[in-house]
Design a protein around this ligand. Structure first.
Ligand code: HEC
Length: 647
């Protein structure tokens, strides 16, 4: 079921002559105009043995399907190509130009002339067997997996020993299925821990079920509609010696019982890559920690995330994954100067055409660039792809009626020496997402996922068993060198985090009010912290600022935005009030002195922070838990600070 690569086709055929819509040839014929177009853009899939339902190999085939073909090319349903024009340029793009569509339309509406059969170009030469050449290593499942005719989707992991006794680099993977009609996607995991082998089922079927497998490496993946491609420029993924290949395979049952015995071809790079490929996912973990809980009927459920590049990078490619209900996916870069650069967008997500896309040329992005993006879902009855009628609440899960989603970018550091910094930032991004999810108290049904609750996760931050906690609370040194644990409220009823910078005028104008509150609450079980959010602020600069404004409370430098992420603040000045259970009881403005930027009341009419603290101290619920802070936007807010929960 390998799909023909349009890249290779273009090499065989050369570019098709394209005419502007207003200068179409007087007489459009199959031989002269339509055959080259169809052979280049359609026949790769529309030929026997490939994914498409009927062949488009000659005049008779094309004439027979012409009307439907016109409709689907006008709708841009065919050839299948999800990324939207103007959001990154990718290799092997399958999009027809307006002029090509106009040409085809003219042919259909002018009577579908054949022209001179002698002039029909030859069909492209399609490779037999492996689409990207002879693999260096071919491995196969040891026996077939029996796929039943009917039932829920199946996730099965096949463990295939590779017998590779030295570390290698992999530039491409291709697989061949015996029953391609049921294979929906395959992730190529690596495992050198033996965990995969230890899980093998005892029921006689090869592999083991579920999606809860922690690999030790990855060689990418494949999904319906994707073409196997080699990584460009000698890039490659590491394969540690002794690793097993674990094929995490998702089956859609077809109504017919079949046997699947996958063969995998692996292509090694000649030498180790000079640059290390890394992936940034927005959100990480396919949204498992992003509170995907979509009410029935809701048409615009969003998960947005962001990641600030700690070093200069070159973007290599983009990929998207979600289930049926996803609607849009996108990533945009905001350069340090404020300029926006669209990188990837899908406007009408189609589950059937998941792909990994390589940029035509690397896209260089400077340090400090903020990548923003995410996924929206449409769970309304108006979404024709809705899996339930009427719509039902949908949460994160692996079945195709559950949802998950992420957009990701593959990249390399522009300077290889910066790679560890980039990898560290990616790990922090992931850790912070998990931390925020726990602070929010997200419910994750580990049993449903078929995995044991991992040690880093405690379902209920409301009742932490303090001494048993595996992860110690986040600890930061204040300006005086004292260890502080602002997120762990112990020996007090609440912590107040006052987010500020040295140069935000509104934030500075609130210092006297904060100082006054610190004083007033001295004898109460409330602790105050000032948190600087500038990522490049030095302790000396913070000390100078403390002196100038007379701040009299512990001062923390949140240069990595761990506190920003954990509390979800977006402005300075903004305050977050944390309780012993880890929850953010109040977040927002201190009072309503500033109705908006540039407007100021003489005296506030609402004192939200004081009201919240008064309620907490008297054991009452906080009446208004969230307000909008007015002030300076926090630059470079890391991913998790941006994860939006539905209102
Ligand atoms: C990447 C593979 C691929 C390419 C390239 C491709 N198709 Fe298809 N086409 C498919 C598949 C798979 C289906 C069945 C889709 C489905 O069941 O949703 C299909 C279905 C169709 C249908 C039937 C649609 C319907 O719903 O009845 C038409 C017509 C069609 N393709 C025309 C074209 C034309 C014209 C081109 C070239 C301009 C083209 N296709 C290129 C894979 C492809």
């Amino acid at each position: 079921m390998r799909l023909w690569s349009a890249v290779l086709l273009a090499l065989v055929l050369g570019p098709v002559t394209v005419q502007a819509a207003d200068e179409l040839p007087a007489a459009v014929t199959f031989a002269d105009h339509v055959a080259p177009l169809v052979f280049e853009h359609c026949t790769g899939c529309h030929r026997p043995g490939q994914v498409a339902p009927f062949p488009l190999m000659n005049y008779t085939d094309t004439r027979k399907h012409a009307k439907t073909m016109l409709r689907v090319v006008q709708d841009r349903y065919m050839p299948p190509w999800q990324p939207e024009k103007g959001h990154g340029e990718f290799r092997g793009e399958r999009r027809l130009t307006d002029a090509q569509i106009a040409l085809f339309e003219k042919w259909v509406t002018s009577g579908m002339a054949e022209g001179d059969p002698q002039k029909v170009p030859p069909l492209p030469k399609y490779p037999e067997g492996w689409q990207i050449g002879k693999p260096d290593l071919v491995v196969k499942m040891d026996r077939p997996f029996e796929v039943p005719a009917d039932g829920p989707d199946i996730y099965q992991n096949f463990v295939i020993p590779l017998g590779v006794n030295e570390d290698k680099w992999v530039s491409a993977v291709e697989f061949r299925a015996t029953a391609p009609e049921v294979v929906h996607h395959v992730l190529y995991f690596l495992d050198n821990s033996g965990r995969g082998r230890a899980k093998l089922s005892k029921d006689g079927q090869p592999g083991f079920p579920g999606m809860g497998f922690r690999p030790t490496g990855s060689l990418g993946g494949w999904a319906v509609g994707a073409t196997p491609i080699r990584l460009p420029d000698g890039l490659a993924r590491p394969l540690r010696k002794g690793s097993d290949l674990v094929l995490q395979t998702h089956f859609h049952l077809s109504g017919k019982a079949v046997k699947e015995e996958i063969t995998v071809g692996i292509y090694f790079a000649d030498k180790p890559p000079e640059r290390t490929l890394v992936t940034v996912a927005l959100p990480p973990h396919f949204g498992l920690f992003s509170n995907i809980d979509i009410p029935a009927g809701r048409s615009d459920f969003k998960v947005q995330d962001s990641f600030t590049l700690p070093v200069d990078v070159d973007l290599v490619g983009a990929a998207a994954h979600a289930h049926y209900l996803a609607k849009t996916m996108n990533i945009t870069a905001t350069l340090p100067g404020g300029e926006k650069k669209p990188l990837f967008s899908i406007r009408d997500w189609d589950f059937n055409w998941q792909g990994q896309y390589l940029y035509k040329d690397y896209i260089r992005l400077p340090k400090g660039t903020v990548l923003r993006g995410g996924v929206t879902w449409d769970n309304s009855a108006a979404n024709p792809r809705n899996t339930s009628s009427p719509p039902v609440r949908v949460t994160w899960g692996e079945g195709s009626k559950d949802e998950m989603g992420q957009v990701s970018l593959m990249m390399v550091a522009a300077h290889q020496a910066d790679t560890p910094k980039l990898q560290k930032a990616i790990k922090d991004h992931s850790d912070e997402t998990v931390l925020l999810s726990r602070l929010r108290g997200d419910k994750i049904d580990w049993a449903k996922l078929g995995v044991e609750r991992p040690a880093f996760w405690k379902d209920s931050p409301a009742t932490p068993k303090k001494k048993e906690a595996k992860t110690p609370p986040l600890s930061l040194r204040d300006l005086d060198g004292k260890e502080q644990t602002p997120l762990a409220v112990e020996g007090a009823k609440a912590h107040v985090l006052f987010f500020t910078t040295t140069d935000c005028p509104i934030a500075n104008s609130y210092v006297p009010e904060i100082n006054a509150m610190v004083k007033e609450f001295t004898d109460r079980p409330v602790r105050f912290y000032a948190v600087h959010v500038d990522s490049d602020l030095t302790p000396d600069e913070a000390r100078t600022h403390r002196k100038e404004y007379g701040l009299n409370l512990p001062i923390l430098l949140d240069t990595r935005h761990q506190l920003v992420a954990a509390t979800g603040v977006t402005r300075t000045p903004e305050v977050a009030v944390l309780l012993a259970d880890g929850k953010v009881a109040y977040r927002g403005r201190i009072d309503d002195r500033y109705p908006s930027l540039g407007k100021k009341r003489q005296t506030p009419t609402q004192r939200d922070l004081r009201d919240a603290l008064a309620a907490i101290l008297s054991g009452e619920p906080v009446r208004v838990a969230r307000t909008e802070a007015v002030g300076c936007s926090i630059p470079d807010v890391r991913a998790v600070g941006q994860v939006k929960t539905p209102n």
